[in-house]
Design a binder for this molecule. Structure first.
Ligand code: C5P
Length: 296
């Protein structure tokens, strides 16, 4: 059936990729009076993620689709809707195509919120609100490129000199609450990350990373022992470096080449049918060609 021609232009549906965020390091260097922790973290983005699509509409609505849609809240607290409201948007039909596990340490919700703000700004001309109000990881997710993140997350400095890193991401299907992990930290005044050199290749990057840390790994492992099982499986699969991302429970293994990473992912997935296992490239450019440069 032909659509009725009202003479009005058809509202365009615009979409943005919301890549998985991986903390290659996460040093906790202090604590503010309000309880938030000071961090020093090297953050990279994967070539897999969610997608947020926005079409002008009379009211504000959210539909969640995709293989990981189950359990994602669709109410007003969803970060995508909070992002739209923070930007002053009252009319938009938003679709979130969910491929990343939620509450998993890879920035699912934060990256979705950041992609919402990007699509509103870059495609629909909406002014950008201060992103930190949506969560500490949202500023770095807004940049969506390799960066050093400091402060509680508001200080984002682009980093170059990292090679593309073949990796395997594994989530054992347990979710860990970020505040609980921070609460269990035994030390809150650790050293900052070393200065980041330029790396010849993925092996050199993995070697340097071994001297850095994720301070949230030990408290997260105490809360969810399954994280230790994942780290062991990644180590046994030949990864050059294994570590947890963010506050967990997703862990990553870095590999020196893509074929070995794919093979390891296949083996880990076959041996652990309940786990979410993906091979990916970290730090590779993933932006849609139409993306504007991100102002930090
Ligand atoms: O900002 P976001 O909602 O992601 O943070 C979730 C929780 O993690 C905060 O309520 C806080 O307990 C903890 N957090 C922290 N220091 C940070 C980031 C998060 O203590 N820099």
């Amino acid at each position: 059936m032909a659509p009725t021609d009202t003479g009005a232009p058809t509202p365009a549906r615009q979409s943005e990729f919301a890549p998985a965020k991986i903390n290659l390091t996460l040093h906790v260097t202090g604590r503010r009076a309000d309880g938030y922790h000071l961090l020093d973290s090297l953050v990279v983005f994967a070539d897999l993620g969610d997608r947020v699509a926005v079409a002008p509409d009379t009211g504000l609505s959210l539909t969640v689709t995709g293989p990981m849609a189950g359990g994602v809240p669709t109410g007003p607290d969803n970060l995508v809707l909070r992002a739209a409201r923070l930007a002053g948007v009252t009319g938009a039909a938003i679709t979130l195509d969910k491929h990343l596990p939620a509450a998993a340490g890879i920035g699912g919700g934060s990256s979705d919120a950041a992609a919402t703000l990007r699509v509103l700004r870059d495609r629909l001309g909406v002014a950008m609100p201060a992103p930190l109000a949506l969560g500490a990881d949202v500023p770095v997710c807004l940049a969506a490129r390799t960066a050093r993140m400091r402060g509680i997350g508001e200080n984002v400095e682009p980093v170059s000199g990292l090679p593309p890193l073949p990796a395997v991401l594994v989530n054992p299907g347990v979710s860990v609450a970020t505040p609980d992990v921070f609460r269990r930290l035994s030390r809150r005044d650790g050293s900052a990350m070393d200065d980041i050199p330029a790396f010849a290749d993925a092996r050199a990057c993995a070697d340097w990373l071994r001297g850095q840390r994720n301070d949230l790994e030990a408290p997260a492992r105490a809360l969810a022992p399954g994280i230790g099982t994942v780290l062991t499986a990644l180590g046994d699969s030949g990864a050059a470096l294994v570590r947890m991302s963010g506050s967990g429970a997703t862990c990553f293994g870095l590999f020196t080449d893509t074929a070995t990473a794919r093979q390891a992912a296949g083996q880990i997935a076959a041996a652990n049918p309940g786990w979410w296992v993906r091979s990916t490239i970290l730090g590779a450019a993933h932006h849609d060609p139409a993306d504007q440069p991100i102002e930090l």
